[in-house]
Design a binder for this molecule. Sequence first.
Ligand SMILES: [Zn+2]
Length: 430
Amino acid sequence: MIVRTIQEGSTLTFEFTPETGDELTVGRASLAASTTRVELDHSDEIHPDLLALAATLCVSPWTKSIKMSVPVSEGFAEAVLSGMMIAVGPVDSKISSRVRPVDGYPSLSYSGGADCTAALTVMPASTRSYFLNRISRPSEGWKGLYNKDAALHSCDSLAKEGMFIRKIETDLEFLRNPVGFPHDLANCIPAILHADFDCLDSIGWGAVLESTYRVGALKYRDYSFSPFVAGFGAAFAAVGLPVYNAVAGVSEVGTSLISLNSKFGKYAQSCMRGTVGEPCRNCWKCTRKILLDSSLTGKWPTYNEIIRMFKKVATPTYLDRNPLKHEGVIAFMAERYPVDLDQGIMRMLQDKVGGYPTGWMLHTYTPALQFIPEDYRELTAASLREYMPEMNDEEVQTVESWDIRELVKSDSRIRDHEVFMNSVRDFDLG
Ligand SMILES: [Zn+2]
């Protein structure tokens, strides 16, 4: 892939020209455009390694060779090659790598949801947040149900609280068909491109225990070996932005708990379909978040409202799935639904997802503190302890031995799943 970068004032454009050997459709995702632009909050020159890292995140699904219009440092090229097996060049030995600033600031890719709000809460007050503000391409209208009003409102509210936050406009999600981030970490691109201008010394995002270690999915995986840390971790470190995953050891239950008790919590809204302060209450995120928050506050929607939400997401992508996405969180919530309010379906849900302990989701998995730069580690661990205790050895063992591959295939699980789904579908809302 040939990549040309053009910076005109504060507008940065990447031009991508595929070469022989590039695979422009991988799985469901195709490269759908040859350019993307980012509207920066500065017009300073950007270190070539930062430009190349942003370009790599844009096209990594479709190429193993990136030829930049400006040469990169040896250290950066080696890091991308070893982690991502992508050859980035040309390399110029005279180019020095970006050095991590001594008196820098940590950065956070902020989306407006509860997970990154929790991360922001436990990171230092000096943390600088970056919201990737999706804009349309001139040739294309808005697509899908996506509504960013709530997220933009969250950004403005944080700014009013005195927090440092930038909303960076870019159309990079239109590089991919279907529209979305070409790589999950592409939401880090705004921070990467402001790293020198804003003196950033690390980069974080709101990844939670269910995503980092896949607890809640079929089987635990060591996050160190994930594409995020083993893949791009070295490249981030090579540009002086070591990974700072503040809530990697915190379950979604924990980030909801932190967010509910955080001064920023009132601005968090995970739903990308609703309007300001009004989540849509029809999507899977809303269903999970509303019920999870209820299990922590004790204030539940009516029984009929819960079933109405279940009916809206009773599809093979969401509720009609075994195991559910972030299943442990659903088990946590179902277990805490008051017995006297239940007319049967919540008990059926508990039968469907039950079979393991859930109390550990209220505690921090401390081995994940390794994904915080050493100079911020103790401070972040102390902040986390203000909201929730650390796991004991037994709970750490529960996390690390997470494996429900046999459980989800069992006859009783399959039967309980059908009973629950039929009951949801047959329930008459009147
Ligand atoms: Zn929603």
